[in-house]
Write a protein that binds this ligand. Structure first.
Ligand code: UT7
Length: 316
């Protein structure tokens, strides 16, 4: 049997930090409200010269360095993003060019905030099926460019960043399983118009409290599904690495898993919601600061527009 194993991680955050107090100068909100309702204190915002592909490549370079491999070993690039620099070429092709990797397949996956778990699942299945031996999986987003900065329901939440994971084929898991779902009937609760059709500006729209309720319900079912599929109990999880949308959603899912918050990687306070980048950013942070150690069991999940949601159960 073939499995995939994480051999390196990396991340990139733009240097500009936007605090709640700065936001409160332009929209009707307060630091207290944002912290109490979301757990967010600050977020990183891309500069005019940052690109989604450039941020992805920066995160990928760290992952490649951590793995200590030659870039030309990489035979697959999958990028999760909802904010590509261009409709085409794909962000993955732009990353391939920036990293100087030769002619491997490279494509993007669009599953909004769930994108990283979707991309990881695609790459894992390429490796299990024998089509890839070394896959680069990236989540990269510049959400600040699709935010309506006058909409206090979204501009306080979303932010920019990139995270990358390098996978290699292995004889043992690695990734035990991935679990993906989507339900298009919720398409009007969270969306961004394409901008090609002039009826609406291409800003994100969200019915926040309705998204919140579905997210909590679906994520609880999802994490149980991932454990049940592997006949594992919650006591076998070392680290829970959730999508960083709202601290209250994270706490509700951790409670469902009966996990203390000490075993949950939380970055939402400093990063905000970086959509497809949030899970690999959190993963990289907890690996680099020494919390996550080799051999430990990790549960990753994410939920977002579509709705689309996904989880991955992994031995690191
Ligand atoms: O990553 C993709 C998935 N996205 C999510 O998972 C996001 C899910 N949703 C959320 O995180 C939360 O719903 C929000 C943080 C967006 C909103 O929190 P909430 O507790 O659900 O608030 P609400 O929308 O029910 O609004 C409560 C009140 C309203 O005022 P009234 O009608 O009670 O007078 C809002 O107008 O809070 C008001 N409000 C604000 N007040 C100050 C909404 N946004 C703000 C704000 N500052 N930024």
């Amino acid at each position: 049997m073939k499995y995939s194993q994480i051999v390196g991680t990396g991340s990139y955050l733009p240097s500009r930090i936007l605090t709640n107090n700065e936001l409160a100068q332009s929209v009707d909100t307060t630091d207290e409200w944002i912290v109490e309702r979301t757990g967010i204190h600050q977020r990183h915002i891309a500069s005019n010269t940052d690109t989604v592909a450039g941020m992805a490549a920066a995160a990928a370079k760290q992952a490649i360095a951590a793995a200590g491999i030659d870039v030309n070993k990489i035979d697959l690039i999958v990028v999760a993003t909802s904010t590509p620099d261009k409709f085409f070429p794909s962000t993955a092709c732009l990353v391939q060019e920036q990293l100087g990797i030769n002619e491997c397949p490279a494509f993007d996956v669009g599953a909004a905030c769930a994108g990283f778990n979707y991309a990881l699942s695609v790459a894992d299945n390429f490796i299990r099926g024998g089509m890839s031996k070394c896959a680069l999986v990236i989540g990269s987003e510049i959400m600040s460019r699709i935010i309506d900065w006058n909409d206090r329901g979204t501009c306080i939440l979303f932010a920019d960043g990139a995270g990358a994971v390098l996978l290699e084929v292995a004889s043992q898991p690695g990734i035990f399983s991935t679990h993906l779902h989507a339900a298009g009937q919720y398409k009007d609760l969270l969306y961004t118009p394409s901008g090609l059709h002039a009826a609406e500006p291409a800003y994100m729209k969200m019915k926040g409290s309705e998204v919140f309720k579905v997210a909590v319900t679906k994520l609880s079912l999802l994490v149980s599904e991932a454990l049940d599929a592997n006949k594992m109990s919650n006591s076998e999880i070392d680290w829970f690495i959730p999508h960083q949308a709202n601290l209250r959603i994270i706490q509700a899912t951790a409670k469902h898993l009966n996990l203390p918050m000490e075993q949950v990687v939380v970055t939402v306070g400093e990063h905000g919601n970086t959509s497809a980048a949030s899970v690999p950013l959190a993963l990289d942070q907890a690996i680099r600061d020494g919390r996550i150690k080799r051999g430990q069991v990790l549960l990753l999940e994410s939920f977002g527009g579509g709705f689309a949601w996904g989880a991955s159960l992994i031995r690191y």
